[in-house]
Design a protein. Structure first.
Length: 118
């Protein structure tokens, strides 16, 4: 390998290593998602692996896997108060997830991405 080729290869290696140290701009923050779910009592009706009054998050993730509209649908579901069906057949308005600051879409999206990652 020539001297200039070694310099280029070295520069590329350093650049690649530096890129690995930079977190993804939209990386999922599991801790924040869990905290938001807890603050909004989501885990009263949902669990990660087992159904309660609401479906398990793993079941939700499976239902929407590969669907381009999954994130938008779930965001609408948790922010609009649309009707949720319960195992006994009755319906209630789904609780609207509250954030601080109010209506923080980054927090809402993070929660939805966490649900879909189950």
């Amino acid at each position: 390998m020539t001297h200039s080729l070694k310099k280029v290869a070295s520069a590329l290696m350093i650049s690649a290593c530096g890129m690995l140290m930079v977190p993804a701009a939209h990386a999922l923050d599991e801790e924040a998602a869990r905290a938001l779910a807890k603050q909004n009592n989501c885990l009263k009706c949902h669990a990660i692996e087992k159904d309660k009054d609401g479906p398990a998050y793993k079941k939700v993730a499976e239902k929407y896997k590969g669907k381009a509209t999954a994130e938008a649908h779930l965001i609408d579901h948790i922010t609009s108060g649309e009707k949720a069906k319960f195992p006994d057949g009755h319906e209630e308005e789904h609780k609207i997830v509250k954030t601080s600051p109010p209506k923080d879409m980054a927090q809402i999206k993070n929660l939805v991405q966490w649900i879909l990652a189950q």
